[in-house]
Structure formats: C-alpha cells, structure tokens
Design a protein around this ligand. Structure first.
Ligand SMILES: [Zn+2]
Length: 272
C-alpha cells in the first residue's frame, strides 16, 4: 500500500529532535510521499531544504504565506516566494488562503496577499494548496479568477487542493467542479465531525486527497499529542469506512490524485 500525505509541516521545530525517526515511521506505515508546506519565507526555505533529501519517503515542498502570516508578506517577501518557486524546487504555491476564524491578519490584507500568490501560481503554472477557515464562500471569486488564468486549466490538470477541508459537502462539490481537490485530515474521525464524513462519502473518489497537517490535528485516539505523517493511514481508514471500501482502494486513488496534482509519479521514479 502506498500512501501520500498531501499536507504536513515536518520542517516545524517540534520535529527537530527526532525528524528522521518520524520519517522512518512514515515509510514503515507505507507513506511514499509527504508534502512539506511553507507558511512564510523561512518555513518555505526549510521545506525546500528538506525536499532535497534522497531517502524514503520522498518529500515535496511548497512555498507561500499562510493567511495568519499575511501581515508579514510585503512586496520583497512575495518576490522571494516567487523566486523560490521559479527555481523549480516547489510542487505548489501554499499554503495560502483566508482564515476568518482566527483573523490573525486583517481581512483586507489576507485577501490582497492571497490574490498576489494566486497570481504567482498562475504565472508559473503551479497548483495551489489552500487554507480556509470560516471563509469557504469567500474563496469562490478568487479561485474562479485563478481557474481562468492558470495554464493548468487548459492542460486538464487539477488546479489545487483545499486542505483540511472544513466546509460542507455542497461547498466541496462546488470546488471539485471547478477543478480543485478536497483534502481531509485525521480530524474527519473526530466524533462531532459528521460533515467531514459526509464529504468523504459523497465526493467522487477522483476529487479526494488525504493528509495529516502534522504536527496539528492528531487522530482521535491521540488527541493533544503531536501528529505525524504515519497517521495519514488513519485518515485513509476514516475515508474508507465512510465510503464502505477498503483502505487499499483509498490509498491507491488518493495517491494517484495527489500525483496528478503535484506533477509527480512516484511509482515510475521509484521503479515500482
Ligand atoms: Zn498546514
């Protein structure tokens, strides 16, 4: 079984003590690829540095400003993100988006920085990794503009992923119809998260990804602890149970979807 953790922050300082052991546990759990997501310039550079390692699992980097950090994203910082991405070592621009739940940056700043980074992704022909919280409706106009501008649309490739999706099944269908994938975390297994399980059961399998968002959002059985990529298997189990299919079927489909999104084919490159 090959699993693909489509969103993590394993460059985070909380992994500094034992990062290689964490990655080895992921490999042992069948995780072939982990996406390491940037949240500002420093964490994007750290993600790119980690992606250079050649051991299993394979690590892919993204570069971008999280909406929480949008206030730090001046023109020079956005130019740096574009430079990192243009150098060819990032698989997506992210994580970018809107967070109207915590509002750690002013909303008008979040919107401006989100739009600027969607424009970078469109210029470079890269997909996007989107964070949204209490802003699922507000995403629609900027994502529609991105769909119109991105060369990925004409190539028939996925445009991006709505990570740790917290909206409704109807919203998920709307964005899937626009060409975006929908990613669920271990939190889809939390007792009160019925809507995430509706999304898991109701979307076409071709629109679903799985992730951990490590070190955040640990499985229900490990609430309050540091999450890690090996637990993407738990997300796969939750989705498999919601759909009434095998975990292997979920692993195979979500890995293929992630490879199409991030422009990689792990099977070919690993000689599998
Ligand atoms: Zn994240």
């Amino acid at each position: 079984m090959r699993l693909f953790d489509s969103h993590s922050h394993v460059q985070d300082a909380r992994f500094d003590e034992d990062r290689e052991a964490v990655l080895a546990r992921a490999a042992a759990a069948g995780v072939a690829t982990i996406v390491v997501c940037g949240e500002d310039v420093a964490s994007s550079e750290a993600a790119i540095a980690l992606a250079g390692r050649t051991d299993s699992p394979r690590l892919l980097a993204t570069a971008g400003f999280h909406p929480h950090e949008a206030s730090q994203a001046n023109d020079a910082a956005l130019d740096r993100i574009e430079g990192l991405a243009a150098a060819g070592n990032v698989a997506a621009i992210g994580e970018i988006g809107l967070d109207f739940y915590r509002d750690l940056s002013p909303r008008h700043v979040q919107r401006r920085v989100f739009d600027a980074q969607l424009a970078i992704a469109a210029r470079l022909g890269l997909p996007v990794s989107i964070h949204s919280r209490d802003a699922e409706e507000e995403l629609a106009p900027p994502l529609a503009r991105f769909a119109a501008e991105s060369p990925l649309t004409a190539q028939g490739r996925p445009l991006g992923v709505l990570h740790a999706f917290g909206g409704t099944l109807e919203q998920a269908r709307q964005y899937a119809g626009m060409g975006f994938l929908i990613s669920l975390t271990c939190s889809a297994g939390y007792p009160r998260n019925d809507e995430a399980r509706r999304v898991a059961a109701g979307l076409p399998l071709t629109s679903l990804l799985i992730e951990t968002d490590s070190p955040a959002l640990p499985p229900q059985s490990a609430r309050g602890t540091r999450n890690e990529p090996a637990n993407v298997k738990v997300t796969a189990e939750v989705v498999a149970e919601a759909r009434g299919v095998s975990i292997e079927a979920i692993a195979e489909a979500t890995t293929a979807n992630a490879e199409a999104l991030f422009g990689v084919n792990v099977a070919v490159e690993a000689g599998a």
